[in-house]
Design a protein around this ligand. Sequence first.
Ligand code: HEC
Length: 169
Amino acid sequence: MIEIIFLFPLLGNFQFGVAREAPYWFLASAPALALLAGCGDGNIDNYRADSETGRWYSVEQVSAGAEVFAAHCAECHGDAAQGATTDWRERLLDGSFPPPPLNGSAHAWHHPLPVLLRVIDEGGIALGGQMPAFGAALAEDDKLAAIAWFQDFWSDETYSQWLMMGGVN
Ligand code: HEC
């Protein structure tokens, strides 16, 4: 949906009918966004936008996440969550994908929090990928902290797009 909206300036001159719908979509989504930002009550218990970060996580979670990420994730996803390559869409010789960036420059922002947690829990090996499953290896708080840490690299724009894609819900 986001990509489609971004295409409107390009298509606008030719397809007025479609372009006219864009503002309506934004109006329709505004209350949903306000709900998310104000009193998100999804799978994360007691979610409130944190007063310091303005996001679902606290400063403490980000610093705890730095340790979790360095110990368990950085060997593949890079020490600043930059991924193994910027060509993360290119399959490797064995048909699997390289560890993608998690710093907001790739695809991770398409996944709401429960999906991010599921990827960490289940990994990708069962699906022919390379990522190990961390379901039993890490406590729930550590998984959330790791997510908080890499999401802290995301721009506010990317973070709001993530909220629109489902965010914490
Ligand atoms: C052995 C390398 C490896 C390790 C260690 C690893 N990952 Fe991954 N990760 C991958 C690969 C490769 C993928 C792409 C899917 C696949 O092939 O399994 C991936 C995918 C992901 C995705 C989905 C990204 C997207 O854009 O859809 C997330 C989120 C993620 N990893 C988070 C983590 C976190 C958090 C840790 C540490 C707890 C971690 N990974 C540890 C290799 C790894």
